[in-house]
Structure formats: structure tokens, C-alpha cells
Write a protein that binds this ligand. Structure first.
Ligand code: WQD
Length: 336
């Protein structure tokens, strides 16, 4: 009998890709999403990719009554919690919304899980909990901090989960610290689909490539990096999704919690990304150099060895795969 898993935020960018990988791995998956950052038709596209109906509830993880209904109608054995607000800049404008959705939302889910006898949770965290790391590559033992309310909420959730797991060994949590997710599904049916002007590099470049945005501003070319532009650890969203399957399997097979980086261990600069995307799109991408963005650091990339040792996870896709899959997705979306 396939194990049933609840994906909160399962219609979103990483959630939808994780849905596909979980179904491929033989799980029976239920989605809860309020569609605040996802288009409703993603569900239809997930049905095309998986060739099967998608069980999806529309609503908010803060709605305890709806959560109780889901846990009554389905024997949920584990949850993967994506539902959260995730824009760094916006978090500084509406910190209370971020704390309510991201922290109270986690507590709401955990309360219902406890009532339903479900004690396995994979949590979507972020390398943002490393603040401005002073050692590279970044390991899981690096000092934790935050530089914005979004990062605060991720760290508060991580530490809440650690306290809960320490209080009762019935619980086991997989805390996954994403570096920089990028790319799209190989079918070009799902991908990053931001509602407004993207903050992140790849979705911004993608909109320049389709002509929806005029040019990319490169935030700083005077960093102490190989070409002066910011270096990050981009990881293909399908690799990231696979990491969630391996985390879930580990939780279901053992009673052990884990906290791991999900990255490739390789850093690429903004100009590296522009070059790779230009190759994928087949035309030049207008860009200009602009002042540094407040809060940015020169270079961040992961030490991915703990995820390999604990979960058997290693990223398999590279920057060209990320750019080609992103280009296929955005150019298809623009033409449909
Ligand atoms: C990458 C590089 C920019 C946009 C953020 C969040 C982090 C996580 C991932 C949620 C940097 C440069 C960007 C642009 C640019 N999100 N850049 N022009 O800042 O590493 O991480 O997203 O968990 O919490 O902080 O990613 O994509 O914003 O920037 O030059 O228009 O691209 O300076 O060097 P970042 P990013």
C-alpha cells in the first residue's frame, strides 16, 4: 500500500517538482495550496506529467479545520512543508505576515499532525540561515544567523523543530537547506512562474530572454570573485525535488532527524549564468552593470557532502541543464 504524503504548497515551484518525483517514487500524494503564488492550471499540468488525477485541496496551512479534514479523509504518514512566503525584500516590509504564515503556519501543521498521529516532516529551509557565511564551502555546522525577517522565520522554524524532536523521540524531521533553486521540469510543463517582477536571478534572466523585461541589472561587478560578479550555488529544481524524496525515505526508514544542505558544491557567477542562458536561448541577453544590492555577499556555495553521506543525495544536473530547461519552460509558456 503506497504511503500517503501531504505536500503543503505543493502547487508552487519546488512543491510541484517534488510532487512529480514523489509520485515517480511510488508515494500517494495529496496537495494543499492556497494558490497565492501558483497558477491553478499547474494541477492540470501535473496530471499530464504523472498520467493520473491529482488530489488537491485549496486552502491555507493556517486553517486548522481544513487540515483536520485532510487528515480525516486521508491516512497521512508524512508531510513535506513548502507553504511559506519567501521574498527576502518583501519580508522586511511585512514581517508580521511572514512570521504568521511561516512560523504559525508550521505550528498549525504540526498540531494537526500530532492529532493525526503523523510524526514525519520534511521542512523547506534555506541557506539564508547562514546569514553572511565567513567560510566557504558552507557546512551545516556553520554559524546560523539571519539578515532579514524571512531568514529569521526559517531559523525560528528550524529551531522549533529541533526543540520538538528533542522533547519526544516519536518525531523525526528532515530540514533541507536549499541553496539557489533554478531550472524547470524536462517536459517544460512546470517551472518557476513568478506573479510579478522576479527578485531572483534566473527567473529575471528568463523574462529578459522572452522579452518580457528589457535588460538585466547585474548587481555589482566589483566583488572579490573571478569576474567581479556574485557567485552562488545553483541547483536544478529536479535535483532538489529528488533530495526531498531521499529525505522522506530516510525519515520513514529510521527514527533519525537530519539537517542537510541541498546544493551542488559548485559556484557560478552572474556572468556565468548570463553566458549559459544566452547559449540556451540562442540570442544575446541585454544587461548592464549596476550598484551592488544591499545585503548581498560576494560568494556562497555549499559543502554538499553531508546530504551525500546521510541520504545518498548528489546533484546530477549542471548549469546548462538549468538554463536549457528554464528556456524551454518560459518559451513554451509564452507561446501557449
Ligand atoms: C543571485 C545572484 C545577485 C538578481 C535569494 C534569497 C535566498 C533564497 C534564494 C529563498 C546575486 C545577482 C540577482 C538580479 C543580479 N531564497 N542578481 N540581478 O540572493 O543568492 O538568494 O534567493 O530561500 O533566501 O536570499 O539569490 O537569485 O536573488 O541572486 O545581479 O536582478 O544574482 O546579486 O549575486 P540570492 P538571487
Amino acid at each position: 500500500m503506497p504511503k500517503k504524503v501531504l505536500l503543503t504548497g505543493g502547487a508552487g515551484f519546488i512543491g510541484s517538482h517534488t510532487y512529480v518525483e514523489l509520485v515517480k517514487a511510488g508515494f500517494d500524494v495529496v496537495i494543499l495550496d492556497n494558490f497565492s503564488n501558483a497558477r491553478p492550471d499547474v494541477i492540470d499540468r501535473l496530471e499530464v506529467i504523472t498520467g493520473a488525477p491529482v488530489a488537491c485541496y485549496t486552502g491555507d496551512v493556517l486553517d486548522g479545520t481544513l487540515l483536520d479534514q485532510i487528515f480525516t479523509e486521508h491516512k497521512i504518514e508524512a508531510a513535506v512543508h513548502f507553504a511559506a512566503l519567501k521574498a527576502v525584500g518583501e519580508s522586511a516590509e511585512i514581517p508580521l505576515d511572514y512570521m504568521n504564515t511561516n512560523i504559525a503556519g508550521l505550528y498549525s501543521l504540526l498540531r494537526t499532525m500530532e492529532r493525526g498521529g503523523c510524526t514525519r516532516l520534511v521542512f523547506s529551509s534555506s541557506a539564508t540561515v547562514y546569514g553572511q557565511p565567513d567560510q566557504l564551502p558552507v557546512t551545516e555546522t556553520a554559524p546560523l544567523s539571519y539578515t532579514n525577517p524571512y531568514g529569521f522565520t526559517k531559523l525560528a522554524c528550524e529551531q522549533s523543530l529541533e526543540q520538538i524532536a528533542a522533547s519526544n523521540d516519536k518525531w523525526a524531521f528532515g530540514i533541507l537547506r536549499y541553496f539557489n533553486p533554478a531550472g524547470a521540469h524536462e517536459t517544460a510543463l512546470i517551472g518557476e512562474d513568478p506573479n510579478d517582477i522576479p527578485n531572483n536571478l534566473m527567473p529575471y534572466i528568463a523574462k529578459v530572454a522572452t522579452g518580457d523585461l528589457a535588460e538585466l541589472s547585474v548587481f555589482g561587478n566589483d566583488y572579490d570573485t573571478q569576474d567581479g560578479t556574485g557567485v552562488r550555488d545553483y541547483i536544478h529544481v529536479s535535483d532538489l525535488a529528488r533530495g526531498h524524496v531521499l529525505s522522506l525515505n530516510a525519515l520513514l526508514e529510521t527514527d533519525e532527524s537530519h539537517t542537510v544542505n541541498l546544493g551542488t558544491g559548485t559556484g557560478y557567477s552572474v556572468l556565468d549564468m548570463l553566458h549559459a542562458y544566452k547559449k540556451a536561448a540562442g540570442h544575446p541577453l541585454p544587461h548592464k552593470f549596476a550598484p551592488r544590492r544591499a545585503g548581498d555577499v560576494a560568494s556562497v556555495y555549499a559543502d554538499p557532502s553531508l546530504a551525500r553521506d546521510l541520504l545518498g543525495f548528489e546533484a546530477e544536473l549542471g548549469l546548462d541543464d538549468m538554463c536549457v530547461s528554464s528556456w524551454n519552460w518560459v518559451s513554451r509558456r509564452k507561446n501557449t
